[in-house]
Write a protein that binds this ligand. Sequence first.
Ligand SMILES: Nc1ncnc2c1ncn2[C@@H]1O[C@H](COP(=O)(O)OP(=O)(O)O)[C@@H](O)[C@H]1O
Ligand SMILES: [Mg+2]
Length: 318
Amino acid sequence: MADNLLEIRDLAVEFGTDIGTTHALREVSFDVLRGKVTAIVGESGSGKSVTANCIMRLIQPPGRITGGKIHFSPNDAPAYDIAALPNKDPRLLDLRGGSVSMVFQEPMTALSPVYTVGNQVAEAILCHRNVSKEEAFEEAADMLRRVGIDNVDRRIQQYPFEFSGGMRQRVVIAMALVCHPQLLICDEPTTALDVTIQAEILTLIRDLQKDLKNSVLFITHDLGVVAQMADQVVVMYQGRVLEVGSVRQVLKTPVHPYTRGLLAAIPGLATKGARLATIASVVGDADLTTPHPLMTLADGRQVSLSSAQLADLELTDD
Ligand SMILES: Nc1ncnc2c1ncn2[C@@H]1O[C@H](COP(=O)(O)OP(=O)(O)O)[C@@H](O)[C@H]1O
Ligand SMILES: [Mg+2]
C-alpha cells in the first residue's frame, strides 16, 4: 500500500467573478500521510478551505479546478484522481462522507435543528452502509459514548439546541467517524468554541486518531495548535504552499521567512492585527508575492524560495 493516502500535485483553483478571476490556489502540492495527522496552517484567505473542498469535490461555480491532480490511494480500492472524476461518477458518493468526512468550524453547519442527535448520527451510517436501523442506532450510541457524551440513552433522543457548543462539536465528530473514513478533514474545528473547550476537542481528535489510525487533515490558522496536533505541516500563503516538513522541522528550524514570522507571532498575541504586524516585521523585505517552485532540501522538507534565498540557506548551513 502506498504511504501517502493523497498526493496533491500542482492543484489550481480559480473563481470567476464580475471584476475578474481570483486564483484561489496556485500549484498547490503536498502529501497527506496515511495514518498520520497532516496540518495546513495559514492565515485567513490563504486557501485552506478551498483545498479541503477540492478533496471532497465540493468546489461550486463560479469556482473550478483548473489544473493539477489529487491522487487518492484508498486502503481497499484502486487509486484514482479525485480532481478528474466526472460529476456523476459513483465514487463521488463514497468519497463524500464515506472514505472522506469533514468537521467544520461551526457545528450547526453539519447538524439539522429538526432531527434528534441519534437520528442524525444513525442516518450518517445508513447513508453509506448496509445495516439495519437498529444496528445503526446501536453504533451511533457507541460512537457518541466514544466522543465523550454522557447519558447517551437520554441524549440520543434530544435535539442539537439542547447541547452546548462543545458537545455539538463532539456529536459532529461522532457523525464524521461512524462510517470509518480513511481521511477525516477538520477545518478549524475549534475556532467557534470557548477557549476552555477548544483544548478538550483537540485532545479528543488526537486521541481518536491514535485509536482509529485514520489519516487526518487538520486545518488551522494557529501554529500553536499545529504543535499539539500534527505529524506533518503544510504552510500556505495566498493560495500557495511555502513550506512542507515534519512538525519538528517546521517548528524548530523553519526555513521560509513567512514560517518564521508565523512562529514569532504565536505567544500571547491575542488580536489578529498584532499577529499580522509581528509576521510582517519578521518577514521584513522578503518578497512573498513572487511564486517560486517547491524545492526539496537535503533534510527532506520542501520550501518555496528564490534561488538567491536558497543559496543563502546553503551558506548558513555550512
Ligand atoms: N465562493 C468564492 N467566491 C470567490 N472567491 C472565493 C470563494 N471562496 C474562496 N474564494 C477565494 O479563495 C481564497 C481562499 O479562500 P479559503 O480557502 O476559504 O481561505 P481560508 O484559508 O481562510 O480557508 C479567498 O481569499 C478568495 O479569494
Ligand atoms: Mg477556511
